[in-house]
Design a protein around this ligand. Structure first.
Ligand code: BV8
Ligand code: ZN
Length: 256
């Protein structure tokens, strides 16, 4: 751990690739672990463009539940540690997140690339206009199984097109420029912190290989071993909300 803290202290450029495990200690469910979102009834059937075409209300019921649930979650000590790191090292830290929960920004991080979109950026299917819904009322939670609350289908105020969740579904391209910016940050990284991801989803998971190929160091932070780890990487087993504050403090950066 102390070696990695020294690398962070001496690094010119630090890039972070975060996944759902980054937000697990904030109470946001992960995708593939026990109790993961993709294990919920029909989740994989719901999170794609064809399902939305076929059953927009069914897809919206799941996403409105996720919005309501995620709105209640707050950034954890890991998010806050990364924000402290960025404040201490302006222009030297960039976070490429697969998460759609917005918690890095709510923690104060500014250089954040949301590779898979944002849960609160409802988007018009016709003109692409984004209709942020992150200041919506915190309504009573709806369980994924509870089809009772039939969410009204919201339409675009500009063109009356149907709004869809602002996330990237499988088979969809990442937001314009997102992958290019994240790849450039992985290329120039002296250290890439890969935090809380199973490394299953591409092209995001490919960023670790980019850093290695450009001579950067890869540090994998996870509560369990993952296939992401390659020879020469450092693997730190532990929760993001514990390991990241230790690393940032170990690099001599005040957390508060
Ligand atoms: C695309 C948003 C171009 C929706 C999500 C190349 C090779 C192979 C396949 C492909 C490829 N290129 C494209 C593909 C297909 C596909 C893909 O990757 N499929 C996989 C499943 C094989 N990729 C795409 O379609 C992407 N688009 O490439 O466009 C294109 C276009 C057309 C045709 C071809 C190419 C789009 C992918 C985006 C999908 N959208 N989510 C929503 O949220 O509803 S993916 C979803 O998975 C989330 O974004 C999530 O972030 C992401 C990755 O999951 P993880 O974050 O890793 O979460 P997971 O639960 O899996 O793991 C959590 C980890 O945390 C675990 O390891 C656990 O141990 C750990 N953990 C738990 N607690 C803690 C912890 N760690 C630390 N601390 C803790 N406390
Ligand atoms: Zn529109």
């Amino acid at each position: 751990m102390s070696d990695v803290a020294a690398w962070i202290r001496n690094a010119e450029k630090i890039t972070v690739l975060s996944g759902a495990g980054m937000s697990a200690e904030s109470g946001v469910p992960t995708f593939r672990g026990d109790g993961g979102l993709w294990r919920q009834r029909g989740a994989l059937e719901l999170a794609n463009a064809e399902a939305f075409e076929r059953d927009p209300k069914g897809v919206w019921a799941w996403y409105r539940w996720r919005q309501d649930h995620t709105r209640r979650c707050v950034p954890n000590a890991g998010h806050l540690a990364l924000a402290a790191l960025e404040r201490a090292r302006p222009g030297q830290v960039l976070i490429a997140t697969q998460n759609v929960d917005g918690l890095h920004r709510r923690a104060g991080s500014e250089r954040v690339i949301e590779l898979h979109g944002n849960l609160f950026a409802d988007r018009c299917t016709r003109c692409g206009q984004v209709h942020p819904c992150d200041d919506g009322p915190v309504t009573s939670p709806v369980t994924p199984e509870d089809g009772a609350r039939d969410p009204e289908l919201v339409r675009c105020t500009r063109c009356q097109g149907l709004l869809r969740p602002g996330v990237v579904w499988f088979g969809e391209h990442l937001p314009a420029g997102a992958l290019e910016t994240a790849t450039a940050a992985a290329e120039e990284a002296d250290v890439l912190l890969v935090v809380g991801t199973s490394g299953v989803v591409m092209p995001a998971a490919g960023l670790a290989r980019v850093t290695r190929e450009h001579g950067g160091r890869v540090v994998v932070i996870n509560t369990e071993h993952t296939d992401l780890v390659r020879a020469g990487d450092v693997e730190l087993l532990g929760g993001a909300a514990v390991v990241l504050p230790e690393l940032v403090a170990g690099a001599g950066i005040a957390l508060a």
